[in-house]
Design a protein around this ligand. Structure first.
Ligand code: DQA
Length: 146
């Protein structure tokens, strides 16, 4: 199974960016761990600070056979109708992840344009949220909702 992880702006700074909120581990290091934890899944990773590049990448997933998307659009979650539109357009099951608990932070972080077009949202569980999302897409997504 092919699952893509998409990170938005400033998440290339994980490990050094506000470590009290986002932790001290770089995403590259965490990704290595993730690949070891899910040896049967082909995990691809894309990070960009630019909205248009994120949109183009998600459009490409339709032809590249991607079967699940884990997306942390970072600040674009709170602003980007275009990212919500492209997730809806490609129709690939997606899970929205936030490292921090966006609901316990400033009010402008409480709303995400992506949440309604994603299967679900994981927020506040640190980098482990990405692992839980991968787990869901590879397994839980096959189970019918109760
Ligand atoms: C974030 C939360 C966003 O509000 C913020 O703009 C980010 C990271 C998170 O992972 O907690 O850049 O998406």
């Amino acid at each position: 199974m092919n699952i893509a992880i998409i990170n938005g702006p400033n998440l290339n700074l994980l490990g050094t960016r506000e470590p009290e909120i986002y932790g001290k581990v770089s995403f590259e290091d965490f990704l290595e761990e993730l690949k070891q934890r899910f040896p049967d899944i082909v995990l691809s990773y894309f990070q960009s600070n630019e909205e248009g590049r994120l949109i183009s990448k998600i459009q490409e997933f339709r032809i590249s056979g991607c079967e699940g998307i884990v997306i942390n659009a970072a600040a674009y979650s709170h602003t980007s109708i275009a990212l919500a539109d492209v997730l809806k357009a490609v129709g690939i099951p997606a899970v929205e992840v936030h490292i921090s608990n966006i609901f316990g932070r400033e009010r402008f972080r409480h709303h995400s344009y992506l949440s309604p077009v994603c299967k679900g949202v994981i927020a506040g569980l640190g980098l482990e949220g990405y692992a839980l999302a991968v787990q869901y897409l590879s397994d839980g997504n096959k189970r019918p909702l109760p």
